[in-house]
Design a binder for this molecule. Structure first.
Ligand SMILES: Nc1ncnc2c1ncn2[C@@H]1O[C@H](COP(=O)(O)OP(=O)(O)OP(=O)(O)O)[C@@H](O)[C@H]1O
Length: 301
């Protein structure tokens, strides 16, 4: 039976008069990899800070491993939060960080951490303040992986990591997750890169959840139909349109949902082109309504 490790209802966080998180309901199940996605300022970091007991909600209920996180140190010990710009004491070296890690994380695996150090070519004796941005991110990523915390949060952990290092991170995460199942919540803007890693997608926009769905269901859940404007518009009439772009007599319209075989055949007969929508495209469509609108206006101008 799957256990729910996080349960939130009506979770609201305000900063003065600004509502950063607006009555969010959330259930996170164990042993899955979640993508927490959304545009800048959507509220991703705020959710992670609430769940890890770093800040308090103004309203709503929150349980992590069945308890209120901030009031129970045993709950906090089962979580690892890797922030975008992780801070360490200035005269610490990565070696110091890894030596201290078992105090905070009971599942810490020092041999695994050493292997990761080699993978990321991290100079462990160099002071943290002398490390490059990517090397500093690597320290966080290594802590996040080798801590094997039952609930691990990575908040845009790739800052400064080059493409090779990011792929090492994705590979190691998948490998180690298969051997040591745990719950991972990953916030990222590099959606295409992580699309195949995610098992569940939570999309947040302006403090509200827009989408909370199994990643397999999300993948290919939208279709883009392109061709002569009038024909496309006729074909999509009465369908849920989530994005629309047009240029001269041509249009490309994205609808929520798949087409069955008969509909595909009919589209082909009409000379329309169909394309599945990637997770990244779907998210741009769902959270970038202004973007789609401006494309149309520009084209019309
Ligand atoms: N301490 C604070 N005081 C006032 N406003 C804040 C504070 N912390 C966050 N906010 C605001 O709350 C909103 C949500 O911020 P949050 O950091 O959760 O966004 P995010 O989705 O993580 O964004 P990004 O992708 O840019 O990191 C933003 O508009 C931000 O400006």
């Amino acid at each position: 039976m799957t256990r729910t490790v996080v349960r939130a209802s009506g979770l609201t966080k305000r900063y003065g008069t600004f509502t950063a998180l607006d009555a969010v309901d959330l259930a996170i199940e164990e042993h899955r990899i979640y993508g927490l996605l959304g545009r800048n300022g959507a509220g991703k970091t705020t959710i992670m800070q609430l769940l890890t007991g770093q800040i308090f909600a103004n309203e709503g209920e929150l349980e992590v491993f069945g308890r209120t996180p901030a009031e129970h140190s045993d709950v906090l010990r089962r979580m690892c939060f890797i922030a975008e710009a992780q801070r360490y004491p200035e005269d610490f070296t990565p070696a110091h960080v890894f030596k201290a890690a078992p105090w905070f994380f009971e599942n810490w695996d020092p041999e695994y951490a050493e292997r990761l150090v080699a993978d990321f070519r991290l100079p462990v004796k160099r002071r943290v303040k002398k490390l490059s941005r990517g090397q500093l991110s690597a320290v966080g990523v290594i802590v996040g992986l080798a801590s094997r915390a039952p609930l691990t949060f990575f908040d845009e952990p790739y800052l400064g990591l080059d493409a090779v290092a990011r792929h090492i991170f994705y590979d190691r995460l998948l490998e180690d997750y298969a051997e040591h199942p745990r719950t991972v919540v990953l916030s990222t803007h590099l959606i295409d890169e992580v699309a195949n890693l995610l098992e569940h997608v939570i999309l947040i926009d302006q403090g509200r959840i827009l989408l909370d769905r199994d990643a397999d269901e999300v993948r290919g859940s939208a279709t883009t139909i392109a061709g002569a404007r009038g024909v496309v518009e006729g074909f999509v009439a009465d369908r849920p349109v989530i994005g629309r772009e047009s240029l001269g007599g041509l249009a490309s319209v994205t609808i929520d949902g798949r087409l069955d075989q008969a509909e595909r055949l009919r589209a082909a007969e009409l000379g329309l082109e169909l394309a599945p929508v990637s997770l990244q495209q779907l998210i741009v469509h769902l959270t970038g309504a202004d973007l789609a609108g401006s494309t149309e206006q520009e084209a019309a101008a």
